[in-house]
Write a protein that binds this ligand. Structure first.
Ligand code: NAD
Length: 383
């Protein structure tokens, strides 16, 4: 298949592009490289030294003989997007190309607007380009489990059947996003659903949990193929961030009580889930939603797991409960359904001590690159 990976220079996108290329698909990467720019602007850096995208792709070709076509540009620029799509002629578009940090979107009005314009306009442009010239192409769009919030009932995969006043219907599951970023994903979901209902496009919304891990078979082949790994207070996510904190002898930062429960998955499952979605496309007119995570943990539980694994490796690990910079429930019910991808054949890599060990060792290896000033959260949700 011809698969265009939008956001293919980022954490999930890079691993996915190489994985699909290795599997024999014809892969293209489209990316504006804006994430590297945001890092510079905020003075944060990935723990791992990532090479320029052109060097990464050259090394991939040298090692495997496989070519990945590169399109550098911004999908909010419709003319650029159309030209790239016409040149590449994708069967499937995998769309990772968004501003994906909740704290970034909550810095101030400018960052909220930037996030929503970047994300909503980019996705809308893809939908219009598909409507005009690629109506059979399958859009595989990265959403987030954070779209649902933390309702006091089970979270279904995108839709819920409701009986009301004696009548029954299956309707989109209610959304209660917790940041301006998560709101942008909800807006995207509505726009994509509309495009499927009204124009007959086909799309799969992958409501992904928090991704952890850094190595995949492909990104581990060579130092120049290394993936990014964020630890800072803006882009660092739970577990990845905790392992890096433990490795450099910084207290693990749990926000509030730590009872916040979320879905999580290994990056090796992210790439496989995307492949499963591509190989089993949605029907024309269908807006399909998969909850893409493999296990649920609360944040305090994860911190303890990292502490145990770190102590076993001889590290001195402490846990600190910080005042929560976010406004969110710290103790709540959370039970999300995730059977669609398992039914398609996903065999999860569950979180293991071995994985935590490997992340800790990775972090120890690159510890001299850590800027300790960037670890604590500086953005608050409060007025
Ligand atoms: P990332 O920041 O590492 O990568 C995103 C990439 O998209 C970057 O390379 C960036 O330059 C590119 N991009 C952004 N806006 C663009 C635009 N307008 N045009 C072209 N390229 C653009 O993020 P990630 O962690 O790989 O996340 C990828 C996707 O997965 C996001 O949509 C995110 O919401 C979703 N997701 C990620 C996680 C996670 O734990 N990392 C969890 C749930 C969902």
């Amino acid at each position: 298949m011809r698969v265009l990976v939008i956001g293919g220079d980022g954490y999930c996108g890079w691993a996915t592009a190489l994985y699909l290329s290795n599997k024999g698909h014809e892969v293209g990467i489209l990316d504006s490289l804006v994430r590297r720019h945001w890092d510079l602007e905020l003075c944060v850096e990935t723990l791992t030294p990532i090479a320029p995208i052109q060097q990464r792709l050259q090394r991939w070709q040298d090692i495997t003989g496989k070519t990945i076509e590169l399109f550098i540009g911004d999908i909010t620029n419709y003319d650029f997007l159309k030209v790239a799509l016409h040149k590449f002629q994708p069967d499937a578009i995998v769309h990772f190309g968004e501003q994906r940090s909740a704290p970034f979107s909550m810095i101030d009005r400018e960052h909220a607007v930037l996030t929503q314009v970047n994300n909503v306009t980019g996705t809308l442009n893809i939908l219009y380009a598909m409507k005009e010239d690629f109506p059979d192409c399958h859009l595989v769009k990265l959403g987030t489990m954070g779209e649902y919030g933390t309702p006091n009932i089970d979270i279904e995969e995108g839709y819920i059947t409701i009986e009301h006043n004696g009548r029954k219907d299956t309707l989109p599951y209610p959304k209660q996003p917790g940041s301006m970023y998560h709101l942008s994903k909800v807006h995207d979901s509505h726009n994509i659903h509309f495009a499927c209902r009204i124009w007959g496009l086909r799309a799969t919304d992958l409501n992904q949990g928090v991704v952890y891990g850094v190595l995949t078979e492909e990104t581990g082949m060579d130092e120049l193929l290394i993936n990014r790994l964020d630890y800072d207070g803006i882009f660092g996510t739970a577990l990845n961030r905790f392992c890096i904190q433990a490795a450099i002898n910084h207290p693990i930062t749990v926000y509030g009580k730590g009872g916040q429960t979320r879905g999580f998955l290994d990056i090796r499952d992210t790439v496989r889930c995307v492949e499963l979605a591509i190989l089993n496309p949605a029907e024309s007119g269908e807006f399909r939603v998969f909850n893409q995570f493999t296990e649920q943990f609360n944040v305090a539980e994860l911190a303890l797991k990292v502490k145990e694994a770190g102590t076993a490796l001889g590290l001195k690990v402490t846990i600190e409960n910080l005042e929560n910079p976010r406004i969110e429930k710290e103790e709540h019910y959370f039970n999300a359904i995730n059977t669609n991808l398992l039914d398609l054949g996903l065999q999860p890599h569950y979180l293991s001590d071995a994985l935590i060990d490997s992340l800790l060792n990775f972090a120890v290896k690159y510890q001299q690159r850590v800027d300790k000033n960037q670890i604590l959260p500086k953005v608050t949700w409060r007025r």
